[in-house]
Design a protein around this ligand. Structure first.
Ligand code: PGA
Length: 252
């Protein structure tokens, strides 16, 4: 399986010109990386301008979408609309969206719509904090099972799971995750996928890690953490750093 390196720009940058600049720099930097798929998820307002560059070798992703194809949902953007401007991936269930009130039920509807529209979904799951008794493991279980409640086996080829423990995301994160933390949680996620969809299909779903990914921890997260790729936030805004993360993944 190719490694998957995804950048999540969040609410950055300020202009389409800057977005195009970083996107082109990344594309140039990752040229010839054969063992890695590179994706940049950007604010929807920039996606058309980025797609217009006709860049090959880096796929375009959105950071969110709504369910349904068209309809009376003021301010929302559908997966079909994204697909029609050249978008290939969409992040759903990011903790920053969940913090704004999105629950597993809503996320499950979005996932179904996005996959029906032909997008690849990057579903984020992750606990707020860890506890000695291991309660967070059942939280993770429920989050994954409920978010995937509308998904069938055939949909799995368009699904990527990103384990993003909330305590390790962002510049104010209380601590960074260790590869052991990542390994333990992703083993659980893979086990749940196998329980839900059977061994072959379940193990075919890429499980990646996100939360303060950088050029220093990328290698050990992949090798010791045992993940199929990485989702980088802050570091993806700097094309040199993001390309370096992709380069590291490409050597594994
Ligand atoms: P971070 O964000 O790399 O800045 O911690 C990751 C994410 O939220 O996807």
């Amino acid at each position: 399986m190719k490694k998957i390196i995804i950048g999540n720009w969040k609410m950055n940058p300020e202009t389409a010109k800057e977005a195009q600049g970083v996107f082109s720099d990344v594309a140039l930097g990752v040229k010839g990386f054969r063992k890695t798929s590179v994706v940049i998820c950007a604010p929807s307002v920039f996606l058309e301008a980025m797609n217009a560059l006709k860049i090959k070798g880096v796929s375009l992703g959105a950071e969110n979408c709504f369910f349904g194809d068209v309809g009376p949902y003021t301010g929302e953007i559908s997966a079909v609309q994204l697909k029609n401007i050249g978008v290939k991936y969409v992040i759903l269930g990011h903790s920053e969206r969940r913090a704004l009130g999105e629950d597993n039920e809503l996320i499950s509807k979005k996932i179904k719509s996005a996959i029906s529209a032909g997008l690849k979904v990057v579903l984020c799951v992750g606990e707020t904090s860890r506890d000695e008794a291991g309660e967070y493991l059942s939280f993770l279980h429920d989050e994954l099972v409920e978010s995937l409640s509308k998904i069938k086996k055939v949909d799995l080829k368009n699904l990527i799971i990103a384990y993003e423990p909330i305590w390790a995301v962002g510049k104010n994160a209380p601590r960074s995750a260790t590869p052991e933390d990542v390994h333990q949680a992703t083993l659980l996620l893979r086990k749940i996928l196998v329980e839900m969809f059977g061994r072959e299909s379940g193990l075919g779903v890429p499980v990646i890690y996100g939360g303060s990914v950088n050029t220093k921890n990328a290698l050990e997260m992949i090798t010791l953490g045992g993940v199929d790729g990485l989702l980088a936030g802050r570091e993806s805004l700097d094309s040199d750093k993001f390309v370096e993360i992709a380069r590291i993944a490409n050597t594994v």
